[in-house]
Design a protein around this ligand. Structure first.
Ligand code: FRU
Length: 483
């Protein structure tokens, strides 16, 4: 049998042909988002390689151009000068080489000597369907065209081949890399490496994981770790797989969250506190951060998750699926990460509607407060209701119960239309900032104390936003049309 291997150029051309072939099918989808990053065709998952390089923001993403399911991933690429207006760039990586033939999996970017370096996982399935993993490097002088340097790390002893998603940073004169891993006893872990020159890497060992640092059983695999300093503390973001639901916690199939602590690079050892979930909604996974020129720590997440609902998202009929979240600035407040939409998003605001001291009691609709693509801010002044509810396009709702102090996001299941819920404990409802795009919801609660992210698929024509309260609620209400 003749084996046929395509060059990277050929693989890229094949993907461009696919974009071209399906562009009308994709563009005619009324659920296509207006101000979020999406794949031009096919499936998008994790944000990758986030970097502010020579004054330009780069967002790469996991991409399967040929299917609305997962497969041999490419790296798609967008750039922006302001985090709001984005340009689609040439494909950054296509899985052409032996060490990545089943996918250029997730990874990160750094700048060194004026060059942009990507680190990613080469995913390989051998002829017996056995997984192999290689941590690879690619370099670019213009931030657009990448030259692959091949594997820089092979799988060390002590782990299964679930070993991936390198995130690289510099501390003092040393480079560090953190990876997501599974130990031979099937425990999720975060593994640290160091390097002086980015080519030769030293395995320093596990710094956190299931059963370590005071954690009990905490997942069979940790994906997409990211470690960074914020206000003098070390923060480890990670996406563990295998946590069981506990009340309002861990209700999605996989989770994303963080530990705050202190990393002793010399041991190495990471002393940390408990795990906190980053998002309380249905669709959020594999977040990554970058430090920008203004010193902000900015996070993007995948506004999706690998679960049994993926094939039921209506966008698959239009040959695309998933999107990234809005960019969020991270801050630390009382040992908790606060997430706020970056201020540049104000550039998207149009047609402001302001209602001071809006009174809500019973069912209320405000003229001009509706739409498919809007930002809505409610600043609560008085809250005398047991139940307060905002209905979003008859397909989702936010409900606050003052008695149980619970904030709930409801949506209609993509699969069967039944109502599903995600909830969090909230002592006080002070402020809601809600971003609706045609088929997504992001809710920032009390200036980012909690965030709910979800896709939803309302009737295309439905622009209704309505309120209900069984007591008196007074708030200042602002609304903008977005985009
Ligand atoms: C997380 C993840 C990563 C992997 C990538 C493959 O969603 O499973 O661990 O690198 O997606 O697309």
């Amino acid at each position: 049998m003749r084996s046929f291997k395509m060059t990277e150029q050929e693989l890229m051309e094949k993907a461009y042909e696919e974009i071209d072939r399906l562009k009308e099918t994709v563009a005619s989808d009324p659920h296509r988002l207006i101000y979020h990053l999406m794949p031009p065709v096919g499936l998008l998952n994790d944000p990758n390689g986030l970097i502010h390089y020579k004054g330009v923001y780069h967002v790469f993403y996991q991409w399967n151009p040929f299917d609305v399911g997962h497969g041999a991933k490419y790296w798609g690429h967008y750039t922006s000068k302001d985090l709001v207006h984005w340009r689609e760039k040439p494909i950054a990586l296509a899985p052409s080489e032996w060490y990545e033939k089943n996918g250029c999996y997730s990874g990160s970017a750094i700048e060194h000597d004026g060059k942009l370096f990507l680190f990613y996982t080469g995913n390989v399935k051998d002829e017996h369907d056995q997984r192999q993993t290689y941590q690879c490097m690619a370099v670019s002088s213009d931030g657009i065209h990448f030259e692959k340097k091949g594997p820089v790390i092979e799988l060390p002893q002590g782990y299964t081949a679930h070993f991936r998603d390198p995130k690289v940073w510099k501390k003092d004169d040393m480079w560090y890399m953190i990876l997501g891993a599974q130990t031979l006893s099937e425990q999720g872990a975060a593994v640290l490496f160091s390097s002086k020159d980015l080519y030769e890497w030293k395995h320093l060992g596990i710094i956190a994981g299931s059963g370590l640092n005071g954690l009990s059983e905490f997942g069979y695999m940790w994906e997409c770790p990211d470690l960074f300093e914020l206000d003098g503390k070390d923060v480890l973001l990670v996406s563990p797989q295998g946590l069981e639901p506990e009340g309002d916690l861990y209700n999605n199939v996989f989770q994303s969250g963080y530990f705050i602590g202190s990393l002793d690079y010399s041991a190495p050892a990471f002393q940390h506190g408990s795990f906190t979930e980053l998002d309380r909604g249905f669709d959020f996974y594999a977040p990554q951060t970058m430090l920008d020129g203004k010193g902000r720590r900015i996070m993007y997440g995948w506004m999706g998750i690998t679960d049994e609902n993926e094939p039921f998202q209506p966008t698959v009929d239009h040959q695309w699926i998933h999107a990234l979240t809005l960019p969020r600035e991270l801050k630390l407040k009382n040992d908790k990460l606060i997430q706020q939409p970056v201020e540049e998003l104000h550039l998207l605001r149009n047609q402001q509607v302001s209602i001071l001291e809006a009174e809500i009691s019973g069912d209320v609709v405000f003229e001009e407060v509706g739409g498919r693509s809007v930002e809505l801010i409610l600043n609560f002044k008085k809250h005398e209701a047991e139940t307060f509810k905002i209905s979003l396009r008859n397909n989702a709702a936010l409900v606050y119960h003052a008695g149980s102090k619970q904030l709930i996001l409801e949506r209609k299941s993509f699969k069967d239309g039944t109502i599903e819920q995600r909830a969090c404990h909230l002592d006080k409802l002070g402020k809601l900032q809600i971003f609706l795009d045609t088929s997504s919801i992001e809710v920032f609660v009390n200036d980012g104390e909690e965030v709910f992210t979800a896709r939803y698929f309302p009737d295309v024509e439905d622009e209704s936003i309505s309120f209900y309260s069984n007591g008196k609620v007074v708030c200042d209400l602002e609304k903008w049309t977005i985009g």
